[in-house]
Write a new protein. Structure first.
Length: 203
């Protein structure tokens, strides 16, 4: 769907400040997530199953209204606290989620999460359960799909005190390979601490 040499509309925001004691200075995300590295990660989400599942959900929800989107999101949040989880189970067990889970596992710690969204910002597949079902009100969707084809947004680096790592989100628009029209968006949460370790080891 894309290659490492594709033209990108970059909207990059990097933070160099720690938000927790002991975090130190954030890694140079712009250096770690250079165009080649980002291209390789984005290419991972260029599989046919991504196109198929996103297109199918777009057709399924073609006439979806705003209140219905909110109801789906509320259902997801409520299901997280219940044993009966039809929407959560259907999403986490579909072929796309299985593929994204494999991407995360095969990254050996470099990728912490992958989310694929439809044209409304609703989850189509994910590598692990998310807190909500609708991402349409968040920057990961608004600064990619709503911007247009080839839009890329790298969020601020954040410190996770529980795991002792710096991480950020690489967000980008998903486009139809033939028409070039945006069909959805994707988010890859990247372990910047692990990328730094690998960079230092390679030197």
């Amino acid at each position: 769907m894309r290659s490492a040499s594709f033209g990108l509309l970059f909207c990059l925001v990097f933070s160099g400040e720690a938000d927790a004691l002991g975090a130190g200075t954030a890694p140079d995300a712009s250096g770690l997530l250079d165009p080649i590295t980002m291209g390789k990660m984005i290419d991972l989400v260029g599989h046919d199953v991504v196109q198929l599942m996103v297109s199918n959900q777009n057709r399924k929800y073609e006439s979806l209204q705003e209140d219905e989107i909110k109801l789906l999101d509320e259902q997801w949040v409520q299901e997280r606290a219940r044993t009966d989880q039809p929407l959560v189970a259907a999403t986490l067990s579909n072929p796309l989620s299985a593929y994204l889970t494999r991407i995360q596992a095969e990254s050996r710690g470099a990728i912490l999460e992958v989310i694929v969204m439809d044209r409304y910002g609703l989850n189509v597949g994910q590598s692990q359960i998310t807190s909500d079902y609708w991402q349409g009100d968040e920057a990961k969707f608004q600064k990619t799909f709503l911007v247009g084809t080839d839009a890329v947004f790298v969020d601020e680096a954040e410190w996770n005190s529980e795991y002792g790592i710096w991480h950020t989100q690489l967000n980008f628009t998903l486009s139809h390979p033939e028409t070039g029209q945006p069909i959805g968006a994707a988010t890859i949460e990247v372990n910047l601490t692990e990328l730094t370790r690998r960079q230092q080891f390679a030197q």
